[in-house]
Write a protein that binds this ligand. Structure first.
Ligand code: TMP
Length: 250
């Protein structure tokens, strides 16, 4: 299936190949997991498959409600066809509940609801460890325009509303998540769209009843059963049907 394709880029969790038509890319989900800027690494068998399914499901639903993403379609267990975009070099984090770095930085108890949803920007640079930046840095260094920052924030809040409802309906509390954005060129038009992935690698998801973590913190904090927890997220979302019998956990 993946013979003699031109590799465009290999990241920590994904590989990008040239797509079948100009302006398209194949996004391949690996089983590699990294944390703390790749100081911690492992291979989690099956993670790529489940993240491909979860991200495809979410992106497809976002497209359907008019929140534009780079996603076109899932093509096999590990790969999806996406539109080629020019990446905006930011990680955009949206938080509803204190956890992770905001708890550490501001001394907030993990699990405490925030007074309102908070959006943060991080400059995408492995060499620098993705430092947090302000809008001032983003515009001064031309990483994105003021208009693009406005678009990014509006899209992020729409995704937050969507994900909050989607996960809430299946007993999962959306603590926070990270998005990445790209510029989609269509003739003379440039549109800001959601890119990369939305999966338990890039969200914090807690079981509503037990507060059990169902996301990458299981890997970061050595809690075990990482792929099993991701699979449970997929199962609750009802997206494992295509995978056949024997896939569900517990
Ligand atoms: P943080 O609390 O570590 O800043 O993470 C906030 C959210 O962003 C959390 O859902 C995990 C996600 N995230 C990524 O997707 N990639 C990253 O490199 C980091 C640091 C966080």
């Amino acid at each position: 299936m993946s013979t003699r394709r031109k590799k465009i880029y290999e990241g920590k969790a994904k590989i990008l190949y040239e797509g079948p038509e100009p302006g398209t890319i194949i996004q391949h989900f690996k089983d590699d997991a990294t944390a703390f800027n790749a100081q911690k690494k492992a291979i989690l068998e099956g993670k790529g498959v489940v993240n491909n399914q979860i991200s495809a499901f979410i992106m497809q639903n976002l497209n359907a409600i008019g929140v534009q993403t780079h996603f076109i379609k899932r093509v096999n267990m590990r790969e999806q066809l996406v539109r080629e975009v020019e990446m905006i070099p930011l990680e955009v984090v949206c938080r509803n509940v204190a956890a992770g770095s905001i708890s550490q930085r501001l001394g907030l108890t993990e699990g405490a609801p925030l007074p309102r949803s908070i959006i943060e920007f991080y400059y995408k640079s492995d060499a620098l460890g993705d430092p947090m930046v302000a809008e001032e840095h983003i515009t001064a260094f031309n990483w994105a325009s003021t208009q693009e920052i406005d678009d990014v924030m509006a899209l992020t809040l729409r995704v937050n509303d969507y994900l909050h409802g989607m996960f809430g309906a299946v007993g999962i509390r959306l603590i926070d998540f990270k998005l990445e954005f790209g510029r989609l060129y269509e003739g003379d038009m440039v549109r800001t769209v959601i890119a990369d992935e939305i999966s338990p690698d890039s969200c914090r998801l807690w079981d509503v009843q037990t507060n059990e973590k169902m996301d990458k913190d299981r890997f970061r904090r050595d809690l075990g059963n990482v792929t099993e927890a991701y699979t449970e997220v997929a199962r609750r979302l009802g997206i494992l049907k295509a995978a056949g019998a024997g896939e569900s956990v517990h």
